[in-house]
Design a protein around this ligand. Sequence first.
Ligand SMILES: Nc1nc2c(ncn2[C@@H]2O[C@H](COP(=O)(O)OP(=O)(O)OP(=O)(O)O)[C@@H](O)[C@H]2O)c(=O)[nH]1
Ligand SMILES: [Mg+2]
Length: 455
Amino acid sequence: MLEDTIIAISTPLGYGGLGIVRLSGKKSLAIAKKLFKSKKNKAQIPPRHPILGNLYHFEQKEFFEEAYLTYIPSPHTYTREDMVEISCHGSPVILEEVVRLGIKAGARHARPGEFTLRAYQRGRIDILQAEAINDIIQAPSYRQVKISFSQLGGSLSQKIASLRNQIINLLSQIEASIEFPEEGLRISAKQISKTMEKAIHSLKKLVESYNLGKTLSEGLTLAITGRKNVGKSTLFNSLLQKERAIVTPYPGTTRDYLCDKLNINSSIFTLIDMAGFGSPLHPAEKEGMKRGKILASQADGVLLLLDSSQGESSEDFKLIRKFKNKKTILLFNKIDIPQKMSKKNIKSRAESLPALGISALKGTNLGKLKEMIHEFFVPSQKQGEEIILHLRQKLLLEAMLDCLIDGQRLLKEGHPEEIYAEEIRKTIPLIGQLTGEIRMDDIIEEIFSKFCVGK
Ligand SMILES: Nc1nc2c(ncn2[C@@H]2O[C@H](COP(=O)(O)OP(=O)(O)OP(=O)(O)O)[C@@H](O)[C@H]2O)c(=O)[nH]1
Ligand SMILES: [Mg+2]
């Protein structure tokens, strides 16, 4: 497969000022030469230098477009193979014709992410860097771009490499003391424990960084819940600043749930508006409540809305009890009209929950609410701290952490070196999976399938 020369459109398909077709592989230049004739010197295509020419249709025997061609010989290319970039007008017809002719001339259409896959297979980047490339392309915020750019440069890979060295050093010291117990190579259990503690600390910090990473990449889900008619859909619309959900004065308006994204200071939240709780008057309402219950329990956080223009009800208390152990912000809505609810009474039953009075209708305190959401749900980042953005990475780091914690426990319980060294050793293949040094075909396939064609 690596022997094939691949071709694909690298720019988004559509009409645009420019469009780029890329080739990678041994035959890139030979194929490109069949499609492209330089205006100046017909024979010479100097490397790393865009040259102007015309695209030649070798079936119709005619020129059909002006283009720039850049030939970049291996190994200093994106894929480490010979590459050619053909840049012309961003016309889907032209770009697709260039690809079709390229395939006729001997190339194969690239699969999603195949250029980057080759960069990985040829050892130019590891899997963490490949993930960073796609993260840069798909970044929903500039803040994530900065994190991913640093990881593309190897910041996370280096951190993992240093962790790996730490663990390997530790293992070799333990092994030396097992083999030559009398030769003064023995390191003390205290020393081993200290080194392990350091590794555990670094791992813990990385695992925890996913709490922030998740808010920046896929985002957190926030369920807006409460009794019927308290203003959930109004709040949903006001936060999104669009008339997304239907609002009426009649209880039981929302039945199917709605989701939409809200960006607060680069952190992404998926807001969910759902059916309100109360006695259902229709089977669809009943089903909506059932689903709402599940959605709210699965969400990362809850905005629990109360209608403070009404007296507190047993249903409100029931909901407070229900979400007490979840990350919940309590909202007293409708503060623009006369108030009947005793906020003191409510707060006494929900002491630990942050609370705020708002008017979803008039927009009162919604800026404050956004600040509150950010502060409550998004962990702060310390300068220079590495942030992981992928669940895959978090799960592997967590598995490593478990091994080290087990090793530490066995050491403290006084088990022999062989026993706890075994636990520490289990982290090595996990690191290999994390960086892609150990190839796991299904995981590699999953990672690259998320890429666009042409990257
Ligand atoms: N005065 C006032 N009225 C509000 C406010 N928020 C919502 N309302 C009104 O309350 C009624 C119900 O609003 P919705 O947003 O549909 O309430 P909901 O919680 O989504 O209702 P269901 O979908 O039926 O559960 C509408 O008439 C809104 O205009 C507010 O802050 N102040
Ligand atoms: Mg509603």
